[in-house]
Write a protein that binds this ligand. Sequence first.
Ligand code: ATP
Ligand code: MG
Length: 391
Amino acid sequence: MLGSSVNILLIEDNLADARFLHEVLKQPKFKNFSLFHVKRLKEALNLLEKSSQVSVCFDVILLDLTLPDSQGLDSLQPLMECDANLPIVVLTNTNDNELAIEAVRQGAQDYLVKRQVNDDSLLRSLRYAIERKQTLESLHTLNQTLKEKVDKCTLELVKAQELNQFKSEFVSILSHDIRNPLNTILLTAGLLQNSDEQLSKEKKLTHFQMIRSAIKNMALLLDEASFIGKADTGRLRCQISPLDLQDFCSEIIKGIKISAKYRNIHITSILPEIDFEVFSDENLLRHILDNLLTNAVKYSPPGSTVHFELNFTEESIIFLIQDWGIGIPNQEQQQLFQPFYRASNIGMIPGTGLGLSIVAKCVDALQGEIEFNSQVDLGTKFIVKLPLVKV
Ligand code: ATP
Ligand code: MG
């Protein structure tokens, strides 16, 4: 495990002791060892700090515990802080056994009693110190890697638990929301069956319409739920193709104008001339704009205006959808993109609470961003920013 050369930093103020170690290290078995000698702790710390600049990399420290500028174990901490990977062997006097053992307890790798040092004990101690430190380092790295793996697994487990809980909540809300239109169908069909004779033609027509609209609601709910399911299992793929964005937006606005007309809501729009071809996923984009515009119309009072705007920057396509409707209470704005969440001020306005979570998933699939600001009774502004891919 030892490298080809070993650089020892000796911190020793006693010149006779230092000379003795020099002599021992001259022996052939130490031919790969080099000794760098300093007399004070401060010099050693300076040298260690500059060691990369002076292109010396130390492999082990021999530390005398009685230095002029530091006494006993006080020298250990600053050295370990300076280079935590450098093994330290302390040099003690004959009567300092307890101090030596305490030094090892505090992080030194080994100790040598000065008067008993010989070539064998020095070689063994230096090798042992370096190898033990290297083993500790690998253990530390291994420990760290294991810890990271455990953390990752725990996180995945927590996510899986959350997903599981979300799925069961999702299923129970969905079944609840499907039961409403099912009840309508059941009751109305029963009424038609039992009171067929007494019902006028118009009344019957109204009941059939109610059944049809309940079925439509259920189908819509199932479509939305399956869309979210697709997105959650990563099957919502973004399929980019060339798109005439101006034409596409005009067509969407035309569609929304029809439903807005019923509620006497005026739609205004600004669509700039586009002299380049834009790439996007038409299907995802339709979900985003349809949902945001439908919401703007749905949550606005009759006679008000909904505004749509398309803009570009160097890197983005920006859509703005603004209304002057009921707004969203401040404290509820954070939950808005959660499936089935509906704000408390919607009154009798129908909806499932899935539209915005679909929008969020589509924006995500297109690697865009969505933000909004809203004030109760003043209105709401949604801004969707998508990366601009053009030829
Ligand atoms: P649907 O799934 O049919 O779209 P929904 O409109 O209730 O039902 P989302 O579109 O997800 O569901 O909207 C969630 C909630 O956010 C709404 O119920 C409403 O409280 C609030 N909201 C969304 N857009 C607006 C808006 N433009 N103005 C006021 N409130 C809004
Ligand atoms: Mg909606």
